[in-house]
Design a protein around this ligand. Sequence first.
Ligand code: ATP
Ligand code: MG
Length: 201
Amino acid sequence: MHIKELVLDDFKSFGRKTRIPFYEDFTTISGPNGSGKSNIIDAVLFALGLARTSGIRAEKLTDLIYNPGHQDGSVETAGEREASVEVVLDNADRTLERSQVVNAAGTDKIGEIDEITIKRRVKETDDNYYSYYYINGRSVNLSDIQDLLAQAGVTPEGYNVVMQGDVTEIINMTPHARRKIIDEIAGVAEFDAKKEDAFEE
Ligand code: ATP
Ligand code: MG
């Protein structure tokens, strides 16, 4: 399974609908400072519900909505504003096979389709904001997305996304703390936790 395409709409600096293709093995994104490279990573974290506390670089969810006055600090507040990000996953290898969720028409089963789209929207009204998740166009909860992605080993606690500064942090850790991360990645930590639970019972 891999990300095939990202579709950003009014997300951060992407003030119009932008499609970004991803390749199967390796994709790099280059550009001048401030051109939006990290915003693309933020988009993935946002849409897949993977943001750890330090994850997305924004104080509140509504900061992620495109704001033409962002550079000079002015905020456009007129009426409703909305941002969305779609992550198109290539599931031809059937990494994702189980889900309660089917498409909007209720026909496809996740394990039988080649392409799965996870989408998140954030909408701001005059006095509130709302966040919505979708799998193949069907409205779902964050836990549905997490259950689905866990089948590919993608979790919020995981190290699937290595952020700026993470590498330095790992280098500066104690050997014990570093070992914990390796256990986490190797999937050993899950069994350690289960073993501990079993001893307690
Ligand atoms: P660097 O090479 O320095 O890491 P980068 O390519 O990663 O740069 P980003 O951090 O992705 O750049 O993009 C920063 C730009 O995004 C800034 O110009 C900032 O003004 C703009 N930006 C962030 N949030 C918004 C928003 N809500 N609306 C409009 N522009 C935004
Ligand atoms: Mg950056």
